[in-house]
Design a protein around this ligand. Structure first.
Ligand SMILES: Cc1cc2nc3c(=O)[nH]c(=O)nc-3n(C[C@H](O)[C@H](O)[C@H](O)COP(=O)(O)OP(=O)(O)OC[C@H]3O[C@@H](n4cnc5c(N)ncnc54)[C@H](O)[C@@H]3O)c2cc1C
Length: 411
């Protein structure tokens, strides 16, 4: 195929978009590549924003996906501060906020997600922050420098990490969450309880089983009132109540959208020349036999690369096992798997000592696994989960059985 006359457009210059652009060039695509993002900066990675950026141990140069010169060196036309406002599938065009219309041969949607807004009275008061972008993180770090007390709404990944980072800075932090333990939706009660103890140990004022009823303040936020009537003084409120995929352009174009842009296992949307990757993609996973939308770093990186390969005709199914990591205080973990439900969680090692492996079992199959403060095992855990193996619990929990040796069927 002569591709030099072709134009590939990538909407969204985050991690997935940047990896896709890189992969197109790596695989020899010699046509035009446009990487279009509405943020003012070149693509960057978000994980440091809730960690080192807030604790102060942060090298601003380390967040970027590529060096500043990378895009020009690879003839990737990076348009920053430019929004893709429309997609015309029949005409094969995108329209941009600068009133340009561009024709494309293939397009990738990598527009990510945005924070779910808090909708209680007072939610728009000054002093209420969200965290998605570098600009959000800068604003939050500046506000934290002069704050006297913080309330974090939501103990999911963003809320739990922000609470840990701001507590590490020495700020008084209250964490408000309707579930009974942090991270309960993903990790369940047993492992969520480990995070509850971790935050309690570090002095976070935990309000579990409570939602937010309202925020109060005269000219800016001063107090948070919970659904059980508790009043918490806070001049800085950080909201982490989930993210919503940015599907507007796709939906208006008539692509199939259902909690994200629906794709097949090749990350192809309901239009054969349009692909989707990263937080926005609700992709069919052939190994787990389910559609899943994964909001994690590794998924954005890997899907960007696979989508680009498939835009070039590779027909490569996306089969990576979901993976994510989190760092809170001195507690680091990696989790791998797809586990909407489970029957049992078993541990290897002592969870109270902060170093352990956890396995989520469903119908005897390892649906997910986590290594906490134990390193260099996650690759084996990913293989174990992908194998859908039944391993006796006694072997899973026995520290004398190496994780690698649990994989006999894989070799
Ligand atoms: C604070 C924070 C901490 C995180 N920490 C971790 C972690 O520890 N571990 C982990 O595994 N994952 C973590 N994640 C998740 C991970 O960062 C995301 O999964 C990843 O950023 C998704 O990449 P993406 O490219 O799909 O989307 P994004 O990174 O959101 O990039 C999409 C880009 O497209 C832009 N855009 C949207 N609409 C348009 C449009 N119409 N036109 C042009 N541009 C548009 C957006 O502004 C954005 O720049 C964290 C996320 C956040 C916010």
């Amino acid at each position: 195929m002569n591709t030099s006359q072709q134009t590939f457009v990538i909407a969204g210059a985050g991690l997935a978009g940047a990896k896709a652009a890189e992969t197109l060039r790596e695989r020899g695509f010699d046509g035009r590549v446009l990487l279009i993002g509405d943020e003012p900066t070149r693509p960057y990675e978000r994980p440091p924003l809730s960690k080192g950026h807030l604790t102060g141990e942060f090298d601003p140069a380390s967040v970027f996906v590529h060096d500043e010169t990378f895009y020009a060196e690879h003839s990737i036309e990076l348009l920053t501060a430019t929004t893709v406002t429309g997609l015309d599938l029949a005409a094969h065009t995108v329209t941009l906020s600068n009133d340009t219309t561009l024709r494309f041969d293939k397009a990738l949607l990598a527009t990510g997600a945005q924070p779910r807004p808090l909708t209680v009275p007072g939610a728009n008061l000054p002093g209420v922050h969200y965290l998605r972008t570098l600009a959000d993180a800068d604003a939050l770090a500046t506000a934290a420098a002069s704050a006297s007390s913080v309330a974090v709404v939501g103990a999911g990944w963003i809320g739990a990490e922000v609470a840990a980072s701001l507590r590490t800075r020495g700020l008084p932090v209250a964490l408000i969450e309707p579930a009974t333990v942090p991270l309960e939706r993903v990790l369940g009660r047993e492992v969520g309880e480990i995070y509850r103890k971790l935050h309690a140990h570090h002095g976070v004022d935990l309000h579990l089983g409570e939602g937010v009823a309202a925020l109060h303040g005269d000219r800016r936020v001063e107090e948070l009132c919970t659904t059980t009537g508790t009043r918490i003084g806070a001049d800085l409120v950080v909201v982490g109540v989930g993210a919503i995929p940015r599907t507007q352009v796709a939906a208006e174009a008539g692509l199939k959208v259902d909690d994200g842009v629906v794709t097949d296992e090749y990350l192809r949307t309901s239009h054969p020349d349009v692909y989707a990757a990263g937080d926005i993609a609700n992709a069919w996973h052939p190994v787990f036999g389910a559609r899943m939308r994964v909001e994690h770093w590794a998924n954005a990186s890997n899907q960007g690369a696979v989508a680009a390969a498939n835009m070039l005709g590779a027909e490569q199914p996306y089969t990576h096992t979901p993976y994510f990591f989190s760092d809170q205080y001195d507690f680091g973990m990696e989790y791998t798997g797809y586990c909407p439900q489970w029957d049992q969680v078993v541990f290897r090692g002592n969870p109270d000592a902060g170093e352990f492996l956890a396995f989520w079992l469903h119908d005897g199959v390892i649906a997910a696994a986590m290594n906490a403060n134990i390193w260099d095992v996650n690759e084996h855990l990913q293989q174990l989960v992908a194998s859908r193996a039944h391993i006796p619990v006694e072997r899973l929990t026995d520290p004398d059985v190496s994780v690698e040796s649990l994989l006999p069927v894989m070799r």
